[in-house]
Write a protein that binds this ligand. Structure first.
Ligand code: FAD
Length: 400
C-alpha cells in the first residue's frame, strides 16, 4: 500500500507538467504511475516536436486558450534549461485557389487567438522557404518553434529528482478503482487525496473505471513519417516547417515538412486508422481490442463523411507513390528517391463521442469529486501542456 497526496496516471508530457504545476503550488507528495519502464515510449516521445502557435483552433476552444501560452511557457523552459530549441516559423501553403478561402479563415482564427501571422505572396514565400509551392498566397506563422520532446521530458523528470517530492513509479499499471480514495495497481494499492488521469491513449479506459466519460471512446490513428535523404538538394533548402491547409472538419493537420533540431527533415505524419492503441508496427501492436476498434471505425465510416474521407485516403499513404504525391504538392523539386523510410511512428489517440458519432476536436477535461481526467490529449497537447497543467490544477482546486 502506498499513500500519496496526488496520484497521476501517465508520465507523458501531460502527467509531468501537471506534477510540476502541483509542485509549484506547494504539493508535498506526488506519485506518478507509468506502465512502461521509461519516459517517452508513447505520444510524448514520438511526436513532431513542433511548438504550435495557435492558428487552427476556434477561439472558444481549450486548444486555442492554451496553445500559444503553452508555446511561450515551453519556450522559456527550454531556454532556461539549455535544451535544444529552434524558432523556425512555419508557412501554410495552398495546393489550389479553392483553398484560399480556408487560408483566410486560418488567418482570422490565428488573429483571434493572438498568434503572430502574416498573409504573404509567392515572392515573400520564396524568400522564406525557397522550395515551398503555393498558389497566390501563403500564411506565415512566426512563433512556431521546434524542440526535442524527449529532452523536455527528461528535463522535467530531473527537476522532480531535485525536489524530492515527486516519484515516478515505472512498470506500474493502473488497474482499477477500489474506492474514492484508493486505486488498484500492478504494484499494490495506492491511497490518495486527489487523482489525475493523464493516461494518453488509455485515458478513456481510466475514466470509465471511475464510471465517467462513458460516452467517449478512443479510436487510434497511426502517424507515419518519411525522411529526406541528408544529401538531397531539398534537405538543404527547407528551412523550417511547410504545412498544407488542413480540412478544418477533422483534427489532423496533414502531411508536412519539418526540419528538426538535428538537421533532419521529416515528412509526415499520416493519420491512418490503426487497429490498436499502440499499433506502431505492421502487425505488432494489434491487440484484443482490434475487433472493437474495427467496429467503431465501420460505424464512423458509414455515418461520418469526414472520417470516411480520412479512412479512404490515408491508408493509401502506406504506399510510397501516394505518400510522395501528397508531399510533392507542397514543395518544388521533390524526387521519389529523396524520401526514405524513417522509424518514427506515433499513434494519435482520437476521442470519439459515441452519442453524436463525431470526432472530438478539442481537449476534454472532466472533474468529478477529487478526480480530474484529461481526455483527448491530441495535438497540440505537447505545446499546450504547461498552460493546460495550470488549468487542470485550477479545476482540481475548484469546488464545482
Ligand atoms: C505523430 C504525432 C505527432 C504529433 N506532433 C505534435 C507536435 O508537433 N506538437 C504538439 O504539440 N503535439 C503533437 N502531437 C501530440 C502530442 O504528442 C500529444 O498530444 C501529447 O504527447 C500527449 O501527451 P500525454 O501525456 O497525454 O500522452 P502520452 O505521451 O501517451 O503519455 C501517456 C502515458 O500514460 C501511460 N499509461 C497509459 N495507461 C496507463 C495505465 N493504465 N497505467 C499506467 N500508465 C499508463 C502510457 O504508458 C504513457 O506513457 C503529436 C502526436 C503524434 C502521435
Amino acid at each position: 500500500m502506498h499513500d500519496t497526496e496526488v496520484v497521476i496516471v501517465g508520465s507523458g508530457i501531460i502527467g509531468l507538467t501537471i506534477a510540476r504545476e502541483l509542485l509549484k503550488r506547494g504539493c508535498e507528495k506526488i506519485l506518478i504511475l507509468e506502465k512502461e519502464s521509461q519516459l517517452g515510449v508513447h505520444a510524448s516521445g514520438r511526436n513532431s516536436g513542433i511548438l504550435h502557435a495557435g492558428v487552427y483552433y476556434t477561439p472558444d476552444s481549450l486548444k486555442a486558450k492554451s496553445c500559444l501560452r503553452g508555446n511561450m511557457l515551453m519556450s522559456e523552459f527550454c531556454t532556461k534549461n539549455h535544451l535544444p530549441y529552434l524558432k523556425t516559423g512555419k508557412v501554410i501553403v495552398v495546393k489550389s485557389e479553392s483553398e484560399l478561402e480556408t487560408l483566410a479563415e486560418l488567418e482570422r482564427r490565428a488573429r483571434a487567438n493572438g498568434a503572430s501571422v502574416e498573409m504573404i505572396d509567392e515572392k515573400t514565400l520564396k524568400e522564406l522557404e525557397p522550395s515551398a509551392r503555393t498558389v497566390k498566397k501563403a500564411l506565415w506563422v512566426k512563433n512556431t518553434a521546434t524542440v526535442d520532446p524527449r529532452k523536455v521530458l527528461e528535463a522535467l523528470a530531473k527537476e522532480f529528482e531535485s525536489s524530492g517530492k515527486v516519484t515516478i513509479r515505472f512498470n506500474c499499471m493502473f488497474k482499477g478503482v477500489k474506492s474514492s480514495f484508493e486505486i488498484i495497481t500492478s504494484c499494490g494499492n495506492v491511497r490518495f487525496e486527489h487523482f489525475i488521469n493523464c493516461a494518453g491513449a488509455y485515458c478513456d479506459c481510466v475514466a470509465h473505471a471511475f464510471g465517467l466519460g462513458k460516452e467517449y471512446k478512443i479510436v487510434p490513428f497511426k502517424g507515419l513519417y518519411w525522411k529526406l535523404q541528408r544529401d538531397c538538394v531539398l534537405n538543404d533548402t527547407i528551412k523550417g516547417n511547410i504545412y498544407p491547409v488542413p480540412n478544418l472538419q477533422n483534427p489532423f493537420l496533414g502531411v508536412h515538412f519539418s526540419r528538426n533540431i538535428y538537421g533532419d527533415v521529416y515528412v509526415g505524419p499520416t493519420a491512418i486508422p490503426a487497429f490498436g492503441r499502440e499499433h506502431y508496427g505492421v502487425i505488432s501492436g494489434i491487440d484484443r481490442e482490434a475487433l472493437q476498434i474495427l467496429k467503431a471505425n465501420a460505424i464512423l465510416f458509414f455515418r461520418h463523411p469526414q472520417f470516411r474521407s480520412v479512412a479512404i485516403h490515408e491508408p493509401l499513404k502506406y504506399l510510397k507513390p501516394f505518400f510522395y504525391k501528397d508531399a510533392s504538392a507542397l514543395v518544388r523539386g521533390l524526387k521519389p528517391g529523396d524520401l526514405v523510410p524513417s522509424n518514427k511512428v506515433g499513434i494519435r489517440p482520437q476521442l470519439i463521442n459515441k452519442n453524436t458519432l463525431s470526432l472530438e476536436m478539442d481537449f476534454v477535461m472532466i472533474k468529478d469529486g477529487n478526480t480530474v481526467h484529461v481526455l483527448n490529449p491530441i495535438s497540440p497537447a505537447f505545446t499546450a501542456s504547461m498552460d493546460l497543467a495550470e488549468k487542470v490544477c485550477n479545476t482540481l482546486e475548484s469546488s464545482e
